[in-house]
Design a protein around this ligand. Structure first.
Ligand code: SAM
Length: 293
């Protein structure tokens, strides 16, 4: 189901989720990495990095572009996503090895990577203990795992409020900005995609669940923190209104406003809320742990 869903999503994935491979995208992922690792970027770049569920490359290509990764192996269960990643890597002048595989059985030698990382992937993996045992096996002693962008259970519930409000306000919003409603068949296609989400999203975590997983496979120093609260509420409200209109009919001025305001709210979360509020409140969870040297 995950392969089918993500293969179908691959070509429109970057535009759907506003994925950027320039300065903004690089800043976002460096900031995620830094906050996950407890406030500091590593002194040295990661040597051999393995990304799980790399998708179109948002996390690892943006890290590699800044020299934070030396040798990148990007894996995914969806060949379509990796084809998209390869073409982006080529346009960025980055060299990357891609391997189609699922996370629970990795086709790599023991102790062959310095870091295993991923973004928005753990919630798709059915048997997390098997996957983490594989991460532990392929990681060198002293290596690190870093996973960001995992949906939190409470954050998911909170997001339902702006989603409903956005859908309710959508007709008035379309009239105000002059956007065109989706045709019936476009709406059906979007509904089809939406209806598969419960099938492909197999977990929404509370921080305690996520904290308990790595030690069961032998990892130490597990750390979990939250990310995005007001950006989540604002972003889902915007997305719900926008998804009711044909993309080309949404005026540039609105897109610019929506994107920039989201980035501002992300900064408010990063600097003012995340350091002080409990991880449970946030939409996404960030996690890291270590294999003993
Ligand atoms: C939400 S997307 C995230 C993609 C990318 N990491 C990003 O942040 O844009 C989840 C990715 O995980 C992949 N995936 C789902 N289940 C998987 C599994 N069991 N093993 C490996 N990859 C999986 C999907 O194909 C998809 O590309």
């Amino acid at each position: 189901m995950n392969t089918r869903y993500h293969d179908a999503a691959a070509t429109s994935y970057d535009s759907k989720w506003g994925i950027d491979f320039g300065e903004i995208g690089q800043q976002q992922v460096a900031s995620k990495l830094k906050r996950t690792l407890g406030g500091k970027l590593p002194m040295q770049p990661f040597g051999d990095a393995l990304e799980i569920g790399a998708g179109t490359g948002y996390f690892s290509l943006n890290l590699a572009s800044q020299g934070l990764i030396e040798n990148l192996t990007a894996t995914d269960i969806s060949p379509g996503m990796l084809t998209s990643l390869e073409s982006t890597a080529e346009s960025l002048g980055l060299s990357v090895t891609t391997v189609v595989t699922e996370a629970e059985t990795l086709p790599f030698e023991d102790e062959s990577f310095d870091v295993v990382l991923g973004h928005a992937v753990l919630h798709h993996i059915p048997n997390l203990d098997r996957a983490f045992s594989e991460f532990f096996r392929v990681l060198r002693p002293g290596g690190t795992i870093v996973f960001c962008g995992e949906p939190s259970r409470y954050g998911d519930r909170l997001a339902a409020v702006p989603k409903r409000a956005g859908s309710f306000a959508a007709p008035a919003w379309r009239r105000a900005v002059g956007a065109k409603a989706l045709t019936h068949s476009e709406e059906e296609l979007a509904d089809d995609e939406h209806s598969l989400e419960p099938e492909v999203d197999v977990h929404a975590f509370v921080p305690a669940d996520l904290r308990a997983i790595p030690p069961r496979s032998g990892f130490v120093d597990t750390r979990v923190r939250g990310e995005e609260l007001v950006a989540n509420i604002w972003g889902w409200g915007m997305r719900s209104m926008e998804s009711s209109a044909t993309p080309e009919s949404i005026p540039f001025g609105w897109r610019n406003f929506a994107y920039r305001s989201y980035i501002v709210f992300q900064k408010v979360d990063n600097h003012l809320l995340e350091p002080y509020l409990p991880a449970e409140l946030f939409y996404n969870l960030l996690m890291c742990a270590r294999k003993r040297p």
